[in-house]
Design a binder for this molecule. Structure first.
Ligand SMILES: [Zn+2]
Length: 238
């Protein structure tokens, strides 16, 4: 069990906070409270900085073990255990990743609703990402149809909410059964859901914007045929 309280799960808009260093070394810094997203679910970890005693320690990644270990830039000084630090998440990168992650959920919802295809893989970087779909063939005009349908959902400004439900309640939701029934670890008693109102619900631990309008324009850059029943859709955000 991690000793770090996950402020990023309490408030996805939080970018600065105070914390105490519990452990510190070149392999990682453990804080009592952190808003650094540690990576997972296809979303890369946050970058940022710890400010203390008039110096800064740049954070270039996070390693998830028993504890969340913030990975320091090797050229920077390390705050010793017991130090009170000011943590700050790099806003530009995080906000871009939140928009991208929400954009991929929107894409997943649209492609399932309009073409009945399920996601089989994903990857994202700030402002670009891809989803793989189990889709036998793509109709004429598929790329434009997907992009137009995504634009409609962005313009509809659907609310995006993150909340936790007991496992059984979560698994009673058809969208969740479809996307996660076989993926949820058996010991997980509470499932965090990300819900795009009226479009898509998924079990998800990532960070998201509050509504589809905040995703902005989603361009379908490319639709690749990767083999039988395997289509890869690459998207970019403006
Ligand atoms: Zn996700």
């Amino acid at each position: 069990m991690s000793r770090t309280h996950r402020l990023d799960l309490d408030d996805q808009t939080l970018r600065e906070w105070d914390a105490v260093v519990l452990d510190s070394g070149p392999d990682g810094i453990v804080l009592d409270r952190s808003a650094f997203y540690p990576g997972g679910g296809g979303q890369p970890p946050d970058h940022g900085v710890l400010l203390w005693g008039g110096v800064q320690t740049r954070i270039v990644g996070v390693r998830r073990g028993d504890d969340l270990a913030l990975l320091p830039d090797p050229d920077d000084p390390l705050p010793p255990a017991g130090t009170v630090v000011r943590g700050a998440v790099e806003d530009e990168r995080r906000t871009a990743l939140m928009r991208t992650h929400s954009g991929l959920h929107l894409l997943s919802g649209v492609v399932f609703r309009d073409f009945g295809a399920l996601v089989t893989g994903s990857n994202m970087e700030p402002l670009e990402g891809r989803l793989d779909f189990n889709l036998d063939s793509v109709p004429e005009g598929f790329r434009d149809a997907v992009e137009a349908a995504c634009a409609v959902e962005v313009a509809a400004d659907r609310a995006i909410a993150a909340y936790a439900l007991p496992r059984e309640e979560a698994l009673a939701i058809p969208d969740v059964i479809r996307t996660a029934a076989n993926l949820l670890p058996p010991e997980l008693e509470v499932v965090r859901l990300v819900d795009i109102d009226g479009l898509d619900v998924q079990a998800d631990g990532g960070t998201h914007v509050a509504s589809t309008a905040q995703i902005g324009r989603l361009r379908v850059v490319k639709v690749e045929n990767k083999g039988k029943g395997f289509r890869r859709i690459r998207v970019a955000l403006d």
